[in-house]
Write a protein that binds this ligand. Structure first.
Ligand code: NAP
Length: 485
């Protein structure tokens, strides 16, 4: 058979993972590709989330491409705008900007005669040999179903759709939700507003972490000696590895230590006993995604802040009415209510071999072999797809590992071994069975509501140590793949 030396690729999404794919394809000499992006700018999460206080809780020297370390990070935990600029610079620096096609959404991918036919909302058509879907995880905002939401008379928006035209200074602001997003917003705006009401449905454990700035001296030393950045990256990476090992081992000493640190953070920093108990979660630390904040407890104790723990009864023109009958009058209401996390490539229509329909295959819940490949959808691969490592890791590292794996699959086709490659059904089912069993034994399954849980209440995430993920991604097990043609 003829080897496909110069196949055509479509990369869907120009966020961190899409830009990574473009850079790596180009580096491999594969230049026939387009990155489709429905928005008018690259950046994904970092383009969309611009709320006050946005900071990544993965240290900057780990939350970047391994091949493009950045001596200029301003802080240990980088602000969102800096990360956005980093990815924009990376796209320019590695020369992939000309491949980006903005402002048109891929609405369908159909496998026909050994190739993928793509159609966009704007009517553009393309035909490619491989699809790399880099469509993100925390992408579709979840709006709460609360009576009267649409009747609010002030400014109302989701945290990932921040309206920067709205004045916060001197305003009365309500925030619904207590996830990583809400916690950062509270700290950032509490001193700017006249009143801040945080509507808490569930209390959160908070891991304290200071966020030191890098001095110009340190930045210049990083620039002169990249080895220093490598050292910092590897020490942070080891820390994250030990966290990931602990979180899948409920009774590990590290897990106990993490719980203790969270408990002390609450006990030592919240002076009012009543408030302290209202802020105390009734589940194990780490069950929900652990929140990292240097100053949330200080912020919520400021005179302008109020914690509302009564259930929200309804939203009215003037504000939020809680179940105790109280109306919290507000000018601005922020919905920090998270994301619909099980969409992945959807709502794009994906039709695989023999008319298989991904939306149909995923009716119950999304599944993929190692979160990368789905049986019956040859030469279609996902980055940060279903059931992968998402909890307090660097998704940049996850995407790099997955892309290396995908490139090995692509190479089998390019070398002429086959024309089509996808995981076998048996491999995916065996993987899923083992994953589900392991997931039931993690801290995420110890009795809390969180976005990690699927419709059955089973954590839809990688349930093993991160080292195991690295080992899996190092090289495909070929018996898990069907090679055709
Ligand atoms: P989230 O963790 O899903 O939190 C959503 C919050 O909204 C929860 O407190 C939830 O309450 C509440 N909520 C949802 N519907 C509600 C309703 N109808 N009534 C009252 N409360 C409601 O969302 P997120 O904070 O945007 O964070 C999502 C993920 O994004 C994080 O876990 C993290 O992975 C990532 N992230 C990371 C950073 C960072 O790096 N620092 C920052 C922001 C986000 P319950 O807890 O009761 O469900």
């Amino acid at each position: 058979m003829t080897a496909r030396a110069d196949p055509r690729f479509a990369i869907i999404g120009a966020g961190m993972a899409g830009i990574l794919s473009a850079i790596k394809l180009k580096e491999a000499g594969l230049t026939d590709f387009t990155v489709y992006e429905k928005a008018d700018r690259l950046g994904g999460t970092w383009r969309e989330n611009t709320y006050p206080g946005i900071t990544c809780d993965v240290p900057s020297h780990l939350y970047c491409y391994s091949f493009a370390l950045n001596p200029g990070w301003s802080h240990m935990y980088p602000p969102g705008g800096e990360i956005q600029a980093y990815f924009e610079n990376a796209a320019e620096r590695f020369g992939v900007t000309p491949h980006l096609r903005f402002g048109d959404e891929v609405v369908s991918c159909e496998f026909a005669n050994g190739r993928w036919r793509l159609a966009t909302a704007g009517g553009h058509r393309d035909e490619v040999d491989f699809v790399i879907a880099a469509t993100g995880v925390l992408h579709h905002p979840k709006y709460p179903e609360i009576k009267g939401l649409e009747s609010f008379g002030g400014a109302l928006f989701h945290s990932s759709r921040w309206d920067h035209n709205v004045t916060l200074d001197g305003a009365r602001v309500g925030i619904i939700g207590t996830g990583s997003t809400a916690v950062q917003i509270v700290s950032a705006i509490v001193e700017r507003v006249t009143k801040l009401v945080l509507f808490q449905r569930t209390a959160q454990w908070i891991l304290p972490a200071v966020n030191p700035a890098f001095s110009t001296g340190e930045q210049s030393a990083f620039g002169k000696d990249p080895g220093l950045m490598e050292d910092m990256r590897s020490s942070v990476s080891q820390l994250f590895d030990s966290f990931s090992n602990a979180i899948v081992d409920l009774d590990s000493p590290t897990m106990k230590m993490i719980e203790e640190v969270c408990r002390s953070n609450l006990d030592d920093n919240v002076t009012d006993v009543v408030l302290r108990e209202r802020l105390r979660p009734d589940y194990r630390a780490g069950c929900k995604r652990l929140i990292v904040s240097p100053d949330f407890y200080q912020a919520i104790q400021k005179p302008t802040a109020e914690l509302a723990t009564e259930r929200i009864e309804q939203i009215e023109a003037e504000g939020v009415r809680t179940a105790d009958g109280r109306l919290h009058e507000l000018d601005v209401l922020v919905l920090a209510t998270g994301f619909k996390v099980n969409a992945f490539v959807r709502p794009m229509s994906v039709i695989g071999r023999d008319g298989k329909n991904l939306a149909h295959d995923w009716t119950d819940r999304p599944e993929a072999y190692l979160s990368v490949s789905v049986p019956g959808y040859p030469n279609f691969f996902m980055l940060n797809g279903p059931n992968g490592p998402v909890g307090n890791f660097s998704l940049v590292e996850v995407a790099e590992l997955q892309l290396g794996y995908i490139m090995s699959l692509v190479d089998r086709v390019r070398s002429g071994d086959c024309r089509e490659i996808s995981a076998t059904r048996v491999a995916m089912e065996d993987f899923e069975e083992a994953r589900v069993e392991a997931a039931k034994r993690t801290v995420w399954a110890t009795g809390c509501r969180s976005w990690y849980l699927d419709d059955r209440g089973i954590p839809a995430v990688w349930p093993w140590p991160f080292e195991r993920f690295r080992a899996e991604m190092a090289s495909p097990k070929w018996e898990a793949f069907e090679l055709r043609g």
